[in-house]
Each structure stands twice: as C-alpha cells, then as structure tokens.
Design a protein around this ligand. Structure first.
Ligand SMILES: Cc1cc2nc3c(=O)[nH]c(=O)nc-3n(C[C@H](O)[C@H](O)[C@H](O)COP(=O)(O)O)c2cc1C
Length: 204
C-alpha cells in the first residue's frame, strides 16, 4: 500500500516536514511505500474556474505548466494522502490551498476520484489558528468521500523556528499514533471496492 505526504510549507526542512516524517514512520514499519512530496515554494496557481475539467474529464487540470498535475497524479496513485501545512494567518499556505481547490474540482469532475482513500491532516503552528488549518484540509477529505481516522488530538505540532516542533513531545506521540491509525484504517478499507457512486448534480 502507498501513502504520500504533501508538505505545504515553503520551508523544506521545517516543522511540517518533521511532523510528516513522524507520521510516516509507523507506516513504513508496517510495510507501506512512503513518499514526501514538497509542494510549498513550488510554482502552483489557484483554480481558474474555467470548468474545462468538467468538459474534458481526463483526470487532469488543463493548466499543465505548474506543479499541479504531477502532484495530483501521485495523489491518485496513493491509498492514503497526508496533507501538511504550517499555519499562515490561521489557514493553510497559498500553495496548499491551490492544490486543495484544483484537486477537489478535478476529482469531482471525473466522478469522485479520491473516494475511498484515507486522508489525514497535519498542522504546524506557533500559537493560534491551527485548528482552522486542520478544518480546511479536512474539508477536502470529507467532500471527496475520503475516510479520515481520528487520533489522540487535532494533529497539531507547536513551534516557530525550523524543527522547533521536535520539542513538542505530545505532538510527536500524536503523529506516531496518527500513522498507526492510517495504517489500521487503510488495511480495513483495502479491497472494499469503490464507495457508493456520486449522485448526479454535485459540482462544487
Ligand atoms: C506568513 C506567516 C504567517 C503565520 N501565521 C501564523 C498564525 O496565524 N498563527 C501561528 O500560530 N503561527 C503563524 N505562523 C508561524 C508558523 O505557522 C510556524 O512557524 C510553523 O511552525 C512553521 O512551520 P514550517 O517550519 O513547516 O514552515 C506564520 C508564519 C508565517 C511565515
């Protein structure tokens, strides 16, 4: 089974990255193929609302010159998707929001391509606004018929400077537990087949 973790932070070696690595540890130990995809700091723009994905239905965004299609293909190939972001003004980074909007729309336009996958949200925060970031990410999962395991807190890690979150023991315990929960849920739903089909008419 395969899990990808997408780092929405432009800091390649920062707190979000450390939290994502910690989530992946138990999954790797359980035999999952793991990959961290760096998204923050890359060229990715928001949805242009052209609705071409609804016309073309080719599992891609028609704007092909930025990072979106490459990252979205990896999402489609994965059994579980972990989306991580630092807290920027109480929300996800601009890069992660661009991915969320376009991935959600292309997936819907093609008949709910993310349905049945396991999703987990991971957030780095200095002080406040982290649960809103957690909510933003979970909105993508829930509207996409993905399945979301709980853990022992809201998957937040506290820190400001790079890797400062390494001192947040409770967060690291939560991340390890989250990885175990993704493993448990992923194995539970593997082989269940596609969820119920989408009712016609839901388009954003
Ligand atoms: C533009 C910007 C906005 C931020 N906004 C918040 C915020 O609203 N609340 C907060 O607690 N921390 C905020 N922070 C701090 C980061 O969320 C925090 O340092 C986080 O650990 C960074 O994670 P990273 O190392 O993965 O980039 C902000 C940082 C930046 C650069």
């Amino acid at each position: 089974m395969k899990v990808i973790a997408i780092n929405g932070s432009p800091r390649k070696g920062g707190n979000t990255r450390l939290l994502l690595e910690t989530v992946l540890e138990p999954l790797a130990s359980a035999g999952w193929e793991t990959e961290i995809v760096q998204l923050g700091g890359r060229n990715i723009h928001g949805c242009r609302a052209c609705f071409k994905c609804w016309e073309n239905k080719d599992k891609r965004c028609v704007f092909g010159k930025d990072a979106f299609n490459e990252v979205f293909e990896k999402m489609l190939a994965a059994d579980a998707i972990v989306l991580g972001s630092p807290t920027y003004f109480a929300d996800v980074t601009a890069e992660l929001k661009a991915l969320i909007d376009r991935a959600g729309f292309v997936a819907m336009a093609n008949g709910c391509l993310l349905a049945g996958k396991v999703g987990a949200a991971v957030v780095a925060v200095r002080r406040g606004g982290g649960t809103h970031v957690f909510d933003t990410i979970n909105h993508l999962f829930f509207i996409s018929q993905m399945v979301v395991p709980g853990s022992t807190y809201w998957n937040l890690g506290y820190g400001l400077g790079e890797k400062e979150v390494a001192g947040d023991d409770e967060a690291l315990r939560n991340m390890r537990h989250l990885g175990q929960a993704v493993d448990w849920l992923g194995r539970a739903v593997a082989g269940c087949g596609a969820p119920y089909p989408v009712q016609a008419g839901g388009e954003g």
